[in-house]
Ligand binder design. Structure first.
Ligand SMILES: C[S@@+](CC[C@H](N)C(=O)[O-])C[C@H]1O[C@@H](n2cnc3c(N)ncnc32)[C@H](O)[C@@H]1O
Length: 262
């Protein structure tokens, strides 16, 4: 039976992520790297075929848009456990949904992955999702990903990864907590004009929610260490593992499914 620990932490139905994007300086850049990496991995491969991509935790489709725009051959299956967020994807991806380039599935990620056939996908992509899972669930997602990817398939995760050095990690965490002070300076009228009506009291509450969320990410059964993530990929049969970007707590990890059993 698959379990995850994230939904109970997900109190604002996704609104909190819109504001986090606004205040994190590298957010756009590290998300765009997901698309660039996918495009460059398949630049000289599959000249006539589609690139089948599985995305876990698509949310409102921010990363899905990057994946779909990265290469016209991408055919994306995007999974999320939140009906509310998938309804936003339905509003914003009408053309891709009707053409069949995008398929969305309302499900717990692991439950769905366990039902899928071996070697179905050319790539697995995820952003800002896996770090929320508990370690056991996350390890199961990685081993299912290895099973679902074709040999030579690509793994990309733009996510929160703690560095090994505790002092350096503590500095990164403090940076994240300090960054939340920008919530105090967000302009309520501008947010309202951009379709995000929120009161000052809501903003303060969101700031506190993120503060709590960041501390919860530190719990021993949740924290995603870069070194452990790499070890889990190696154990599941991935090679060519790289950290292609890091800014404070965030990093982008890529790996390739080994062509034959290691
Ligand atoms: C931070 S959002 C990421 C959205 C998008 N990738 C981005 O970076 O903007 C994480 C998403 O994971 C989804 N999620 C949480 N637990 C899940 C699970 N067990 N299975 C599938 N999706 C899950 C949440 O509903 C949420 O939409």
């Amino acid at each position: 039976m698959s379990t995850n620990s994230m939904t109970s932490r997900d109190r604002y139905g996704g609104r909190e992520y819109i504001l986090l994007k606004k205040i994190t300086p590298h957010y756009k850049f590290y998300q765009n790297l997901v698309g660039l990496t996918l495009a460059s991995h398949f630049a000289n491969a599959k000249p006539n075929g589609s690139i089948k991509v599985l995305e876990i935790g698509c949310g409102d489709g921010y990363t899905s848009r990057i994946l779909l725009d990265s290469d016209p051959r991408v055919s994306l299956t995007a999974v999320d456990i939140s009906r509310e967020r998938l309804s936003l994807v339905m509003e914003n991806f009408g053309a891709e949904l009707s053409s069949g380039r995008l398929r969305i599935v309302l499900s717990d990620a692991l439950t769905l992955m366990e039902l899928m056939a071996d070697r179905t996908y050319d790539a697995f992509a995820s952003a800002a999702t896996l770090h929320n899972f508990d370690k056991r669930y996350r390890a199961n997602v990685i081993s299912q990903t290895a099973r679902l990817l074709k040999p030579g398939g690509l793994f990309i995760n733009a996510d929160k990864f703690a560095v090994d050095d505790p002092l350096e990690h503590a500095q990164h965490l403090q940076w994240s907590l300090d960054m939340l002070n920008q919530f105090d300076r967000l302009n309520i009228s501008e947010l309202k004009a951009s379709g995000f009506p929120i009161t000052r009291a809501d903003l303060l509450q969101l700031k506190q929610t993120w503060h709590d969320h960041f501390l919860e990410d530190e719990k021993p059964d949740i924290i995603q260490h870069e070194r452990a993530a790499i070890a889990s990929l190696i154990q599941s049969g991935f090679v060519d593992i790289r950290v292609i970007f890091r800014a404070q707590v965030d990093a982008v990890l890529t790996a390739v499914r080994a062509k034959c059993p290691e």
